[in-house]
Design a protein around this ligand. Structure first.
Ligand code: NAD
Length: 258
């Protein structure tokens, strides 16, 4: 039977790459996120046509508990229980802590951290009953180390690592595996916006941000590719990854080795 995967925040960037890669390896997928309706429908149809799987779109706002619950109910009805959950939706905001807008703090904690609690609590009962489930939390190098001006993001990403470990222990004897991927910089729309914001916060040019802030942290001096992160996520759903549980897997060109 075809297994079902939900990838949150998959209308763009890393999530889109993971949704496409899971479809390529035979999963029915639920894509989620914001954006232009025509572009999203084109993505949905392309995934179905290219990979001969079913693809649903949910526009659920992952900061809204009732919408997350509705996304799970719709998925279950249309595609069956969720076998693979990828918690990927996330945003960034860059600001000195004393000026950090309270609404931005609340948004980042709700989206980058609490949404994974809601999706996980909704996925666990079926995974436990079926004795199989894979949860992949897209954390960040910022789950392991910090940078200035990213207090909310760093707090949420460190938090998701703790949540990963705790739920990995809870699911361990039920065939559930929960792991976190910790990417370094991947040149997605999230990072493009951050380049502009960091230039403003530090009073330097965008070229200087890429060279002296982003890639300065990454020993390979190269961005991580979306396809690299997607391949790792797919590997974590495979049987070969069965003993990987509660891990924080870095894919960052050596950033946190320093
Ligand atoms: P992106 O901006 O390209 O994609 C973010 C996705 O989340 C989009 O599909 C967007 O529509 C969706 N989204 C935003 N708000 C949402 C909401 N309220 N509800 C549902 N969906 C929502 O970003 P990305 O770079 O692909 O980031 C994806 C994840 O990877 C994030 O958790 C991010 O923290 C993490 N990450 C990114 C990098 C990087 O360098 N790009 C590095 C480490 C970790």
């Amino acid at each position: 039977m075809t297994r079902t995967a939900i990838v949150t925040g998959s209308t763009s960037g890393i999530g889109e790459g993971i949704a496409r890669a899971l479809a390529a390896s035979g999963f029915n997928v639920v894509i989620n996120g914001f954006g232009d309706a025509v572009t999203i429908e084109r993505l949905r149809v392309a995934i179905e046509a290219e990979h001969k799987v079913k693809c649903l779109y949910s526009g659920a706002d992952m900061t809204k508990t009732d919408q997350i619950e509705a996304m799970f109910a719709t998925t279950r009805e249309a595609l069956g229980p969720v076998d693979v959950l990828v918690n990927n939706a996330g945003v960034q905001y860059v600001s000195p802590v004393e000026d950090f807008p309270v609404a931005k703090w609340d948004l980042i904690i709700a989206l980058n951290l609490s949404s994974a609690f809601h999706t996980t609590r909704l996925a666990f009962p079926d995974m436990k009953a079926r004795k199989w489930g894979r949860i992949v939390n897209i954390a960040s190098a910022h789950a392991l180390v910090a940078s200035p001006f990213k207090s909310a993001y760093v707090a949420a990403k460190h938090g998701i690592l703790g949540f990963t470990k705790s739920t990995a222990l809870e699911g361990a004897t039920f065939g559930i595996r929960v792991n976190a991927i910790c990417p370094g910089y991947v040149r997605t729309p999230l990072v493009e916006n951050q380049i502009a914001d960091t230039a403003k916060a530090r009073g330097i040019s965008e070229e200087a941000v890429v060279r002296d802030v982003l890639l300065a942290a990454q020993p390979t001096k190269e961005f991580v590719k979306v396809s690299d992160v997607a391949a790792l996520a797919v590997f974590l759903t495979s049987e070969a990854a069965n003993q990987i549980n509660g891990a924080a897997l870095s894919i960052d060109g050596g950033w946190v080795a320093q």
